[in-house]
Design a protein around this ligand. Structure first.
Ligand code: 8Y7
Length: 274
């Protein structure tokens, strides 16, 4: 069993801390750009109890512009190397580019988190070759334009069908079923109402028989309800994550590790009570 499989097999929720190395990511943009400060932030999240660190160098916020391979490599590889050198924490590489996946894996990444669900040419092959866990996320459209006019016949069924298709593509490419994690992609080409439908019906994704990862941390779907800027969405994030846990989610991608772990622990105590 690899590190991620071990975390998935353990009882209770798994918290993934977000490490953005981009100068433009929406909620903590510009805060963690130098490899030293990114590494420091990673260690703070480990101390707070994060079990996975998700390292990203390509902002995927709505409206974001694309990043070159060279820039992305320069942002993420030194950080992954630094974390790997001083810690055995599980490292996730948040990228859609096969070249970045490969370099990150060679530098010590333990899983691939792809908001594009391994649809780039060569991405499936890289992940199959290294036999490591992958998170397949649903997105409608592309980051620059995805919030313009999202449309579904049935948001839950349509996204389930997409994830099933991408899962089949992974299996066909030789990726082990034990290495597939699924994510409905909160905020990626969904209206506020569609995001809450997904949260409400999250348990329906359990029929795909794979662990579910959710990323609601500080997102706009929360701001639409509480009208607060990103740093003031911590309690709202924890509330949404508690609900997602109650609907069967396993991995929680968050900025605020300590607060979310505390909330999830309380929820888990109730869910596990006789
Ligand atoms: C998600 C994600 C982002 C998510 C997974 C943000 C990279 C936008 N969101 N990956 N990445 N799921 N798997 O607001 O929801 O953090 S970036």
């Amino acid at each position: 069993m690899n590190k991620i499989q071990q975390l998935i097999h353990q009882h209770g929720p798994v918290v993934m801390g977000i490490l953005n190395t981009t100068p433009d990511s929406f909620s903590d943009g510009g805060l963690f750009v130098s490899p030293e400060s990114a590494f420091h932030q990673a260690m703070l999240m480990v101390d707070a109890g994060a079990q996975i660190i998700d390292v990203g160098g390509e902002s995927t916020r709505p409206g974001a512009t694309e990043v070159t391979i060279e820039d992305e490599l320069q942002r993420v590889i030194p950080v992954i190397e630094a974390i790997r050198q001083s810690s055995s924490i599980a490292i996730s590489i948040d990228t859609s580019k096969p070249q970045v996946m490969q370099a990150a894996i060679e530098a010590g990444a333990d899983m691939v988190n792809d908001v594009n669900a391994l649809q780039a040419e060569g991405a499936l092959e890289i992940c199959a070759r290294y036999q490591l866990p992958v998170c397949l996320m649903h997105m409608q459209g592309q980051p620059r334009t995805m919030q313009k006019n999202p449309q579904y016949k049935d948001v839950v069924e349509d996204i389930k069908n997409f994830l099933q298709q991408r899962m089949n593509a992974c299996l066909d490419a030789g990726i082990d079923a034990q290495n597939i994690i699924l994510d409905p992609g909160f905020g990626f080409g969904k209206t506020v109402s569609q995001n809450y439908s997904l949260l409400k019906h999250l348990h329906e994704f359990l029929s795909l028989n794979q662990p579910l990862l959710v990323g609601v941390s500080r997102k706009n779907m929360l701001a639409e309800i509480i009208q607060q800027p990103p740093e003031q969405r911590v309690v709202a994030t924890a509330a949404a994550n508690v609900l997602a846990l109650s609907k069967g989610a396993k991995i929680f991608r968050v900025h605020d590790v300590k607060e979310n772990i505390e909330a999830l622990k309380i929820a888990q105590a109730m869910l596990g009570a006789p």
